[in-house]
Write a protein that binds this ligand. Structure first.
Ligand code: C2O
Ligand code: CU
Length: 475
């Protein structure tokens, strides 16, 4: 064996010593200490010892919340906090909510995006009686999809949601192919406060408020005004963003950093994608990976930037800071690769599909009062679409109005028939002003009457809401 000469050995050792230390891997380092403390959400107490059952008490009540420093707002809340407690469970868990209502008026809870039995869907007069002041209701269902969902009332919803009634739900899949840990729920909303911290009347702006959809003047992330999030260069965070605002659209962008989209309403999409921005409409969710870039020790902002949702006044205004981001003064880490293929999503078979046209309409009645509807019919005169379990429908959504409408369907996930989109399951989709799109849905189970509506809650309340009546198979 040839012996390595001394000079060669010295050279090798020198080279090793001079080589840059490889950065630590993002998978092994932790987020900066207290990284998400400012965004902490209330968590409920699980009253059930069974590890596969989450059983909680939840009450709707008026509670003083300090949104603005030194000013106490009598908010309408779930459990005393805005947002309400984070319901986190795993795929297949049974969730039981012992709900009581101590608000001065009736309410109900709709589990937005959860495929619950019809009687648990929370629509008063359709799937249950309203839960009156002082009354209780037991909600119970199984978490059948992994993803980010939310809950909110379905009575007087623009007012009740606008006063603080909304809460997040995360259903985890233990086999999530994109699991990085470091999950962060960002529940976005806004409130309309006067200068003593009280809510403006729910009908502020009158008919124009209904028409434009009410946006609050104060932006909230997890119920806080401009909270601070800590991050570390290269270390990914999984942002589960929920738009709980009555009317506001959010265009999420973080120039200078890396943003990837994993999916939205029903958890993962078929593929991940690197994005510059993504628009999240009321009711919709986005599952993103934020990988900070830039200088350790520097600061950045997640800003609200205007989205054109009809008329120039929704668009021609300034940006507003929403979330401060502090990059910890720690050495950067090597970002973790994000898998490209996330989930297989078969296109819905359209063979024999039944077609319907749904036209979002804004008209004026004989008194010159604005009436919104679908196919010219406001909700109070609703004629349900008839369907049957086992049927596939294609709905052609049309919007000839000058406002965008986020279209939401209860009870079932749909696919948007647009080949330029990465396949995913959705329950809410934007229908921009003067546009059309088609969705396919299979009414595969759970007969009953289900709602669909614009998720600008002022529009829904002004009539832009309909029903599909799904009859049991073979009747
Ligand atoms: Cu998020 Cu009918 O609602
Ligand atoms: Cu609308």
């Amino acid at each position: 064996m040839p012996r390595t000469s001394l000079p060669v050995l010295i050279l090798v050792c020198l080279a090793a010593a001079c080589a840059p230390v490889p950065p630590e891997s993002a998978l092994t380092v932790e987020q900066p200490e207290g990284w998400a403390d400012d965004l902490a959400l209330a968590t409920p107490v699980d009253l059930n010892p069974d590890p596969d059952i989450l059983e909680i008490e939840l009450d709707a009540r008026v509670a003083g919340v300090e949104f603005l420093p030194g000013l106490t707002t009598p908010a309408w809340t779930y459990g005393g906090t805005v947002p309400g407690p984070l319901i986190r469970a795993k795929l297949g868990d049974r969730i039981i909510i012992r709900f009581t209502n101590t608000l001065p008026e009736a309410t109900s809870i709709h589990w937005h995006g959860m495929r619950v039995p019809n009687g648990m869907d929370g629509v008063p007069g359709v799937t249950q009686d309203p839960v009156g002041s002082g009354e209780a209701f037991r909600y119970e269902f199984v978490a059948r999809d992994a993803g980010t969902f939310w809950y909110h009332p379905h009575i007087n919803s623009s007012a009740q949601v606008g006063w603080g009634m909304y809460g997040p739900i995360v259903i985890e899949d233990p086999e999530d192919p994109a699991g990085f840990g470091d999950d962060l729920v960002l529940m976005l909303s806004d409130i309309s406060l006067d200068d003593i911290g009280e809510f403006l009347p729910a009908d502020n702006g009158g008919e124009f408020g209904d028409l434009f959809g009410r946006e609050g003047s104060v932006l909230l992330v997890n119920g806080r005004v401009l909270p601070t999030l800590k991050a570390r260069v290269g270390k990914p965070q999984r942002w589960r963003i929920i738009n709980a605002a009555r009317a506001r659209y959010y265009n999420i962008r973080m120039p200078g950093h890396r943003l990837s989209r994993l999916g939205g309403d029903n958890g993962l999409a078929a593929r991940s994608e690197e994005i510059y921005n993504t628009v999240i409409v009321p009711g919709e969710r986005a599952d993103l990976v934020f990988t900070p870039q830039g200088e350790p020790g520097s600061e950045d902002l997640l800003q609200w930037v205007p989205v054109d949702r009809g008329f120039s006044s929704t668009f021609n205004r300034g940006r507003e800071p929403m979330l401060a981001i502090e990059l910890a003064d720690l050495p950067p880490v090597e970002p973790a690769p994000i898998p490209l293929e996330l989930r297989s999503i078969e296109p819905i078979d359209l063979d024999g599909a039944i077609e319907h046209s749904l036209d979002m309409t804004i008209e004026t009645d004989y008194q010159n009062k604005v009436v919104m509807g679908i196919n010219g019919i406001p909700y109070w005169n609703v004629v349900p679409i008839e369907a049957r379990v086992g049927e596939t429908h294609v709905w052609h959504l049309k919007n000839a109005t000058s406002f965008a409408h986020p279209f939401h369907l209860h009870g079932y996930f749909f696919q948007v028939l647009d080949e330029s989109r990465i396949p995913e399951w959705k329950d809410t989709v934007d229908l921009p002003a003067e546009s059309e799109l088609s969705i396919a849905v299979r009414f595969d189970e759970r007969a009953g009457t289900w709602m669909y509506h614009c998720h600008i809650l002022d529009h829904a309340e002004s009539g832009m809401m309909g029903q599909v009546r799904v009859a049991p198979a073979g009747d």
